[in-house]
Ligand binder design. Sequence first.
Ligand SMILES: [Fe+2]
Ligand SMILES: [Fe+2]
Length: 329
Amino acid sequence: MAPGATFVELTPAVESDAGGIFNTKRDGKALEALSDDIDAVNILKPSITTTGNSTEKGLYEESEFDKSKDKSQFRQYTTACDRVKNFYHEQHTKQTVAYNLQARNKFHSTTRARMSVWQAIEKLNTLIDESDPDTSLSQIEHLLQSAEAIRRDGKPRWMQLTGLIHDLGKLLYFFDAQGQWDVVGDTFPVGCAFDERIIYGRESFKSNPDFGHEVFDNGLGIYFPGIGLDNVMISWGHDEYLYHVVKDQSTLPDEALAMIRYHSFYPWHNAGAYEELMNEKDREMLRAVRAFNPYDLYSKSDDLPKVEELKAYYEELIDEYFPEKIINW
Ligand SMILES: [Fe+2]
Ligand SMILES: [Fe+2]
């Protein structure tokens, strides 16, 4: 437990009708456009030369970009960079220890909705609004493409299901999220020093109240060496939220939970940070997350899945790992 943490008394869980509790004023399309930009940066980042630990330099210096990359990709990248940089400024300013304790407290004290996993997929799809064909895949298409790519490669059934559900935490945006910054984007631990390997580096945390804090921004902070990531607060967003939903209500294995919880944890699974916090289990989980990541990032150019044809297969798969048909969100 973090120093100074306070908890209010929990209120009883509310059983909500799945239709009436969503904040439909939220702009799902804008969230998805941003999410695509974040992906674009994560996809194209490796093709940019970086020096030292900082990604700041490589992200903005055109001269270091691989000129053989196709031009539309480059345009997408530079446009994405501006929006993404503004987004991370806000995210890195507001993801504090205090906010994370509050978000977890709220999560455990409320049931936001009750619906099946497939209903949640359809709900997310509707809320995000697929009506703009230029921008991106619909949510249901992205989820099915990830799952189908995993299935085509002959991976285990639990991993196919993980592909199918991994972004369902974005529903958070339509429940009680404060903005886009506590739903999408790369994640990082709070309660220990902000690592230079987080996108845009330590510099980008300068306005965060925890920046320079004698405990929260000092070495391992509230943690100790080898504590294990299960005991570390990862910044609140769609990964962390879905992880908690699925951990308590499915029989999915630890590897699946790790794929869900850490899929946006780029400083860890991609840049090798936070080694000191890891335990034996985390080392295994890291391999699992790395095995999963390409199916999230690179399946988007595959053929469009036919939802109606695939629905029966995946509904059976959902039933296999979720003992209760209707679950708490
Ligand atoms: Fe995601
Ligand atoms: Fe995804």
